[in-house]
Design a protein around this ligand. Structure first.
Ligand code: UD1
Ligand code: MG
Length: 492
């Protein structure tokens, strides 16, 4: 069920597309469904249908049904029914806003339901429940004197006495197909919200004398539905906690797990060490032995083995083994480093391929570049890649030494073993093995006397003139101000 607007989110984005730990809530529910072995899903979309459908474009297990307008969860499932083959034995129904539900729990539900089908009294419905200290907002499970489930009552329809019930409906169900079909046909919207509630299927089936049962969730958190952003943050925190726990149990050292946010799709190998305040996002992978020193933000990047990355930002970058990055490096999309590369402080790389053993130790911008092996890029080097209209390539061969504070005006090529003198602005090809110097010759005037130099004299007379102008300026301003205040003008 993913058609609702999610009014309580107060958002232009459909609720089920809000993300927790890097996945949309709906994507996370479907991920667990697949992990539980269920491969044929009908996703009911309605509010923001195109957007929700587009988010699942690459999911071959999903078919879609439309619910327009959205008249409640019962109405939602009514729209899905035509998409489900009549020969189907049982239907698993889940909410798109319960991202903490685990595959194991879904499997447990499937097993319990399947086992009951072998008995004399097979289940017509099974629902996941839990006991909450604060059940506010959830449907309450109503039982008769013999303990059988007879109904679910929504918060807004519950009597004061029913509101005391701590057992809640998690919104996860398995129904016998025929029983579901028959009950859905009998729903009405005579309730506080004027909606067709799926939860009313329970009282209808109970009245039919069919067998219903509940599975208490092993972990009450799993049943949490996300209806507002406070609950979204709580769900995300739990998913991050689970991810960190899973990684630690798989051999990753995380110094302060609560301070790190490692998204669900990130892969981290054994013997990686992650210091506090690191955020790993998207499809990032980290090779074994790598140390992420504090404050790294790494998105959709592939990091090799035995690297050290300190206080740096990487986005769509690929980093070879044993690289040493940061502090304060910025690797942007298309930065591709071979093995043993160093990128130091305040170096920014974009669409740049850096060969094995090359070093960009400090204060550089290397964009749209191909750099060979064992190159030293001196402090302050800039590839001038943009002419205001187009981006151009800088090619640097292997074993090149680029002196500090050089500008490489692209398109330009520096061939193998070349040497660029510090402070040069290179605009033409530099040939293999050559030294390129581009500086105006240094002049020297002997016995320079600061006070008497023509420059100093010119400067002091200029500063005298400026001071004079400023003082007459401020006199003029003062005059204007006083006359303005006399005439009542508000602004000069
Ligand atoms: C629902 C249950 C409640 C349960 C809770 C668990 C009903 C009537 N109530 O309440 O018993 O405790 O979930 O989290 O079912 N949706 C549609 N179409 C609609 C309405 C909703 O597709 O017309 C989808 C929503 O997108 C959402 C899910 O159904 O993914 C649940 O809807 P929501 O409005 O969050 O129901 P709750 O009030 O949480
Ligand atoms: Mg909900």
């Amino acid at each position: 069920m993913a058609a609702g607007k999610g009014t309580r989110m107060k958002s232009a984005l459909p609720k089920v597309l809000h993300k927790a730990a890097g996945r949309t809530m709906l994507g996370q529910v479907l991920h667990e469904v697949r992990a539980a072995g269920v491969n044929d899903c009908v996703v009911v979309v309605g509010h923001g249908a195109e957007q929700v459908q587009a988010s699942l474009q690459e999911d071959p297990n999903c078919r879609f049904a439309r619910q327009m307008p959205q008249l409640g969860t019962g109405h939602c499932v009514q729209q899905a029914l035509p998409q489900i083959p009549a020969a189907t034995e049982a239907v698993l129904i889940l909410c798109g806003d319960t991202p903490l539900l685990r595959a194991q729990t879904i499997q447990q539900m499937l097993q319990l339901y399947a086992a009951s089908q072998q008995t004399a009294q097979p289940l017509a419905g099974l629902l996941l429940t839990t006991l909450l200290d604060n059940p506010f907002g959830y449907g309450r499970i109503v039982r008769n004197s013999s303990g059988s489930v007879t109904a679910i009552v929504e918060e807004k329809d519950a009597s004061e006495q029913q509101k005391q019930i701590r057992e809640i409906n998690a919104g996860a169900y398995i129904f016998n197909y025929a029983a579901l079909q028959s009950a859905l046909g009998r729903l009405n919207n005579h309730n506080a919200q004027g909606e067709y509630y799926l939860t009313d299927v329970i009282s209808l089936l109970a009245a039919d004398g069919l067998r219903l049962d509940t599975l208490p969730a092993a972990d009450p958190l799993e049943t949490s539905g996300v209806n507002d952003r406070v609950q979204l943050a709580a769900a995300a925190a739990e998913l991050y906690r689970r991810k960190a726990e899973e990684l630690m149990l798989a051999g990753v050292t995380i110094i302060n797990p609560a301070s790190c946010c490692i998204e669900l799709d990130v892969k981290v190998a054994e013997d990686v060490t992650i210091y506090p305040n690191c955020q790993l996002r998207g499809q990032t992978t980290i090779g074994s032995g790598t140390v992420l020193d504090s404050d790294c933000l790494i998105t959709d990047s592939q990091i090799g083995r035995d690297c050290t990355i300190t206080k740096s930002v990487l986005n769509q970058a690929a980093v070879g083994d044993r690289a040493n990055i940061g502090p304060f490096a910025y690797l942007r999309p298309g930065a591709r480093l071979a093995e043993d590369v160093k990128v130091g402080d305040f170096a920014e790389l974009k669409n740049a391929q850096i060969g094995r053993g090359s070093k960009i130790p400090h204060l550089s911008y290397i964009g749209d570049a191909e750099v060979g092996e064992n190159v030293n890029i001196g402090c302050g080097t800039i590839t001038c890649n943009y002419d205001g209209v187009n981006k151009h390539l800088t090619k640097i061969g292997s074993n090149v030494f680029v002196g500090s504070n050089s500008n490489l005006v692209a398109p330009v090529e520096v061939q193998d073993d070349a040497f660029i003198a510090a402070g040069s602005t290179i605009t033409r090809e530099v040939h293999a093995g050559a030294l390129a110097v581009e500086r105006s010759p240094q002049r020297e005037i002997a016995n320079w006397n600061r006070e008497k130099s023509p420059q100093a004299l010119a400067k002091s007379s200029a500063s005298r003139a400026k001071a004079l102008a400023e003082s007459s300026d401020s006199r003029a301003q003062a005059l204007a101000k006083s006359s303005a205040s006399r005439t009542g003008a508000k602004k000069l």
